[in-house]
Design a protein around this ligand. Sequence first.
Ligand code: SF4
Length: 697
Amino acid sequence: VGDSKDYDSEVESVCAFCGVGCQISIKVKDGKVKYVEGINGPANEGRLCVKGRFGYDYIHHQHRLTKPLIRREVAPEKGLNVNPDNWQEFFREASWDEALDFAAGGLKGRGREVAGFGSAKCTNEEAYLFQKFIRQGFGHNNVDHCTRLCHASSVAALIENVGSGAVTATFNEIENADVAIAIGCNPIENHPVAATYFKQFTKRGGKLIVMDPRGVGLRRFATHMLQFRPGADVSMLNAIMHTIVEEGLYDQQYIDAYTENWEAEKAHLADFAPEKMEDICGIPAETLRQVARDFAAAKSGMIFWGMGVSQHIHGTDNSRCLISLALMCGQVGRPGTGLHPLRGQNNVQGASDAGLIPMFLPDYQTVTDDGVRSAFTDVWGTGDFSNEKGLTVTEIMDAVHDDQIKAMYILGENPAMSDPDVEHARDALAKLDHLVVQDIFITETANYADVILPASALYEKSGTVSNTNRQVQMLRPAVPPPGEAKEDWLIEVELAKRCGLNWTYTHPSEVFAEMAINMRSLDNITWERLENTAVTYPSLSPEDPGQAVVFGDGFPRPEGRARFTPASVIAPDDPPDAEYPMVLTTGRQLEHWHTGSMTRRATVLDAVEPEANCSMHPSTLRKLGVEPGDHVRLTTKRGSIEIMARADRAIAPDMVFLPFAYVEAAANILTNPAVDPYGKIPEFKFSAVKVEAAEQG
Ligand code: SF4
């Protein structure tokens, strides 16, 4: 890190990676980002993790797309890896006019044959435009993004039972809590700056209860570490709630005032005595009882969760349990209380809020409601679009295989790496007769593209993003996109015009103003305000910085009441057996982010963590006869990969942890496509797997 003489200009913006939303100062020298520092944003107070501080130089990587590309008429088959140094064999350069005409020509007039994946890496305005493009341009709701792969089940449970899909309290509220539960999340690696607030909380005496099948890093700060059996979340949480009921520890006054369906929940929990559940979840009954007593006795308690909760076929049930646990203890709506699913990508909250999902328009207003649709078409000045919920990410790939969808527009997503059972998705992409990919690199998905539109990285963008805390923040461009690449919103506008839409936007602020017409969450939040400060929604007046804690006086549900929805035990879809005796779970690691397209091209991050790896308990490696650093073969019912193995005592002996950022050993070749019936999220956290020693190279 240099001093103030080291740069020509500095620009304040927001980190490109996780949902914490740290504010950054980008220092520019000779037209390039020289370094990045943390500044005093509401979510980070000057702090940054290794990704935010050192992960920026991918934007200057030699493989950045700088011109539109069109697939050659005579080219190798779709899906073959395009060598980024020798792409000319597959594609030819085109002018923007030719590329946009070609892109639009394969989409226009095709109605339901078209589907779109937008991106949580884009701004709120770009997400809003993307969903509008599909709905207004093609008359249906087949538009989705990676929320389907991360917290869709959490959102389903929150909307069902609390009436809102966002957090009820910022993570910073842990400062006001005395007990916190962190379940199915690994903030030290995945939300590192949020984790610093968790650690401070424990240093001042807060009780932190960590629950996860992996012994995640937060265990060192925990009063209880419940390393439960994978997939046994509902059994464990119901046993904890059983204790609260049995010992009369619930908050009857709160339940009477603010909830419904309590008697049904209470009756349902009768079957879940800790002594019956301890063998199922692997946690002693007395520990379950003590955790129940600690949480119920909290003056202020919070519950945080991550994808260990959501990425199951019972992900919605897992979240229902967490919501019920908070409600029965009256731990929502006051300082230091609340429900907080830690969001993964930098703008997955904002992209979902902006309607980039097949069942909801902006602000989670349902597409099945005629009044809601006409409120949008009035603003859009266009006819109606379908009142049927659209298809989700994995359903769209199935529909391609079924010949219902034949053309796609994919902006900033990488389903050829991120979808479960990824060969199924890759086959679907190869089958499309027209694929438009808009991205900053030739991603694995772009290997299947007919046309590639060169887009902008976050450090090159204007717009707003919304973090896990509901804080809306302003992005500002520090450097221009390289070559002829453009900001994503501009490309969307040009493509929309060529598809016959009368779009006249000249700046993202005009898009934001349109969004605010039908999004009550943006009341009192204007572009001009955001140029000066972050605002947490809801903001109750033009001066209100926003509400860190919501629902202190009731919930946005009928009669203002939250709901208890009892959850029964549903076994994982792909249980271990004699042939596949272990459990595979996938996730992220500190230095790499999602499918790796950015962080693996960031010099420092790739130097720290350069090689694909999986982790197992040392005793498991000994049984296999392999040393740490040797290669193993992982095989599931979907496929097989070979990968370097590491020893990690925090992993249970019957489990394998596999990061999904490495294309050379793509985790999703192995994962199970079975989905949760409500959130339609795949079960990335549980697949039966066989592990063998590989031939060592
Ligand atoms: Fe960026 Fe998240 Fe790290 Fe903050 S915690 S610097 S938002 S990756």
